[in-house]
Write a protein that binds this ligand. Sequence first.
Ligand SMILES: [Zn+2]
Ligand SMILES: [Zn+2]
Length: 173
Amino acid sequence: MLDTRELGRRPGSQREVSRTVPAPADLGIEVLRVPEGAPVELDLRIEAVMEGVLVTGEARVSLEGECVRCLEPIDDDVDVTFQELFLYDDQDLQGGDPEDDGVSMLEDDLLDLEPLLRDAVVLALPFQPLCEDDCPGLCTECGALLKDDPDHTHDAVIDPRWAGLTVLQHDEE
Ligand SMILES: [Zn+2]
Ligand SMILES: [Zn+2]
């Protein structure tokens, strides 16, 4: 939660805020996530406008997960950016509940950054995280890590679809 009262609701007044907060639980996606409690470095600019407060920010988070190809652990960090207008919750808004339209609201001039951070982090994450862009994955024969053993081979196994042909060739000889 970020207090915006210092801005005094004067359109045009703004403030830079830098702070480090612990990561909330379940931030990220199943295969790649921010460890709960890990420091999230926030650099924010909050600016009062007519109908609310505009937040522009950047967050740096650490990530852990595993490579979808080789299952090796991934230890990384990512910078995400976000911007959102939060409306004052006590103004007379026509047309029902603005939260239904996906509009963010201030609550008693406090701003909840968590949903914003969640969306920004999830958007920034790859659905198929890799330990490196060209991770070769695992050997389909024995499960060895091909990254560590790229020249790894097995004796050629005759594909059963070709086995019949080999027999034919022997007959002709
Ligand atoms: Zn990998
Ligand atoms: Zn192998």
